[in-house]
Design a protein around this ligand. Structure first.
Ligand SMILES: Cc1cc2nc3c(=O)[nH]c(=O)nc-3n(C[C@H](O)[C@H](O)[C@H](O)COP(=O)(O)O)c2cc1C
Length: 169
C-alpha cells in the first residue's frame, strides 16, 4: 500500500473478528518494529505477544474493554529506560523509542489489513503483575492485533495551520 494511503487507512479499531493472525503475518508486523530507529540505536524495548484465548480475565484487569480481549493477540510494548539514550540534561528517550517501534508495528499491521488500537489508559500495576514485568521494565502501550470487525469513522484532525509554525514560535 502506498504510504499516504496507509496513514489514511490506519484507524483505532475497537471491534475485532476472532480470526487468527498467522505466524508469517505476525512476524512481518514484529519485524517492522525491529527496524524502527531508536536514539543512538540502543533499541531499549521489548514486545510481549499475548494470545488472548483463555487469558481474558487477566487482560481485563489490565484494560477492561470487550474489544481488548476480542482480538486473538494483544501486544504490550515495554521500555527499558536503563538501556535508553540519555541527553546531557538527563532526558531519557526510551519512551520515544518505544513509541516509534510501536508506530512501525501499527502501520505494518494496517498495511496487512490488520487492526490495532494504541492503548495508554491501562492499569500499569495490573500489567506488571499479569505479565510478570521485572523492575526496570516499563509497560508503555498496548494494542490488540487482529482483523477489524468495525469500520473507520471520519478522521478529525486540527488543520495544519494550527499545528505548524515557520521560522519561530
Ligand atoms: C499514545 C496513545 C494512547 C492512546 N490510548 C488510548 C486508549 O487508552 N484507549 C483508546 O480507546 N484509544 C486510545 N488511543 C487512540 C486515540 O484515541 C486515537 O488514536 C485518536 O482518537 C485518533 O483516532 P484514530 O486512531 O482512529 O485515527 C490512544 C492513542 C495514542 C496515540
Amino acid at each position: 500500500m502506498e504510504f499516504s494511503e496507509l496513514i489514511k487507512t490506519r484507524y483505532s479499531v475497537r471491534a475485532y473478528k476472532p480470526d487468527p493472525v498467522g505466524d508469517g503475518v505476525l512476524n512481518q508486523v514484529l519485524e517492522a518494529a525491529r527496524l524502527a530507529p531508536t536514539a543512538a540505536n540502543r533499541q531499549p524495548f521489548q514486545l510481549i505477544v499475548i494470545p488472548t484465548a483463555g487469558r481474558e480475565a487477566d487482560l481485563r484487569r489490565i484494560y477492561n474493554r470487550d474489544w481488548f480481549v476480542q482480538a486473538p493477540l494483544v501486544i504490550c510494548a515495554c521500555g527499558i529506560p536503563a538501556q535508553g539514550w540519555v541527553r546531557g540534561d538527563g532526558q531519557n528517550y526510551a519512551d520515544v523509542d518505544v513509541a516509534i517501534a510501536m508506530d512501525h508495528l501499527i502501520l505494518a499491521a494496517a498495511s496487512l489489513g490488520l487492526g490495532t488500537c494504541w492503548i495508554a489508559a491501562f492499569d500499569p500495576t495490573a500489567a506488571r503483575e499479569v505479565l510478570g514485568l521485572p523492575d526496570g521494565v516499563e509497560p508503555v502501550a498496548f494494542t490488540p492485533l487482529g482483523y477489524p470487525a468495525d469500520r473507520p469513522g471520519l478522521k478529525k484532525r486540527k488543520a495544519l495551520s494550527e499545528l505548524v509554525r515557520y521560522e519561530h514560535w
